[in-house]
Design a protein around this ligand. Structure first.
Ligand code: DAH
Length: 337
């Protein structure tokens, strides 16, 4: 057989082998067999000396062409194999989808958002202040006398340089009145700290929403009406509100506010401790001494203020019996909201 025929024979032998759907490993072996350094095509090329001199060029390019063809065909098949295995292992469309877990709002955050939304509709802006405050803004400007028990180490976390972790959101009132001229109508949500023994009802930090309205001729009647509107929006149409006389250094007169227990409707139950009422916060008319501290003329202006504890209200609303659950961030608890 002439060497030229040998080239043709190798071509058809290769095509036959390729037609038998070789596996990836077979293809690698074929590559070695035909194209390897000691492969059949190189062997044949070495026989070029046996070809008549004037046909050697022709013979050489015939072998080169076969080499290129074999190379391309094998690579093509190898790529087919790769994309097959890729598409099989990467996407199995029969598998059930991966369900992504969606986060939920923390009950404190959703309570705060509800508050903001309702007070927004009543014309209140939102203001915030820092959690580290001067003793002056946290106590003195709010008319706390120097010997007031709230300043006690038992209640207050004292810091360096006359600072404290704010024990209530009322110092934000002081900031607002120093920064802005009346009319001022804002709520001030935020975190507060108390150095208390921790139990199911008490924690070393919690949240309050403060409210302040200062203008000419602001009355206690407006304070009552605003809080009543708020409570009806938040707790429901049938809620009753009760104001009990009380004392705060920064308001005069002062009162505490209770809502009828929405669990038992006022009949008395475990949550309201059989009283039918739940205490939600304090309120009153801004004391003239506070106006004096922030340079507002108390002859020209009056104002009301209120402060509510968020945790208590959220706990009532969601039926949470231990305040610590709100701070432990156990997902088994948080997932329920
Ligand atoms: N700051 C008070 C507290 O932490 C709550 C409070 C009572 C705020 C009466 C007020 C108010 O603005 O008028 O206990």
């Amino acid at each position: 057989m002439s060497l030229f025929n040998k080239v043709d024979e190798l071509r058809s032998e290769f095509k036959q082998a390729l037609a038998s759907s070789p596996a990836l490993s077979d293809l690698e072996r074929m590559k070695q067999k035909y194209l390897g350094r000691k492969g059949v095509l190189n062997d044949l090329f070495k026989k070029i000396v046996e070809v008549e001199a004037h046909r050697r060029g022709e013979f050489g390019s015939l072998i080169n062409q076969l080499k290129l063809d074999i190379h391309d065909l094998i690579e093509e098949r190898i790529n087919d194999h790769r994309s097959d295995t890729l598409s099989i292992s990467a996407v199995d469309v029969t598998l059930p989808g991966v369900e992504y877990e969606r986060g939920t709002l923390h009950p404190i955050e959703s309570t705060l958002r509800d508050f903001k939304q309702i007070f927004h509709r009543l014309g209140f802006a939102v203001a915030e202040g820092p959690e580290i405050e001067t003793q002056w803004r946290n106590f003195d400007a709010l008319n706390f006398p120097p010997e007031h028990p709230a300043r006690d180490m038992q209640d207050t976390f004292f810091l360096e340089n006359d600072s404290v972790l704010r024990t209530h959101t009322s110092p934000v009132q002081v900031r607002l009145m120093l920064e802005e001229k009346p009319p001022i109508r804002s709520i001030m949500p935020g975190r507060v700290y108390r150095n208390e023994a921790i139990d199911a009802g008490h924690y070393c930090l919690f949240h309050q929403v403060e409210g302040l309205y200062v203008d000419k001729h602001v009355t206690m009647g407006e304070l009552k009406a605003t809080l009543e509107l708020f409570c009806r929006e938040y707790f429901g149409e049938n809620v009753k509100l009760r104001f009990r006389p009380s004392f705060f250094p920064f308001t005069e007169p002062s009162s505490e506010m209770d809502v009828s227990c929405f669990l038992c409707g006022g009949k008395g139950c475990r949550v309201c401790k059989q009283t039918g009422w739940l205490e939600i916060g304090g309120c009153g008319m801004v004391d003239p001494n506070v106006f004096k501290a922030v340079n507002i003329d108390s002859e020209a202006y009056t104002g009301y203020a209120f402060g509510m504890g968020i945790e208590r209200i959220a706990m009532m609303k969601y039926g949470i019996t231990d305040i610590r659950l709100l701070f432990e961030n156990d997902v088994r608890f948080l997932k329920q909201f």
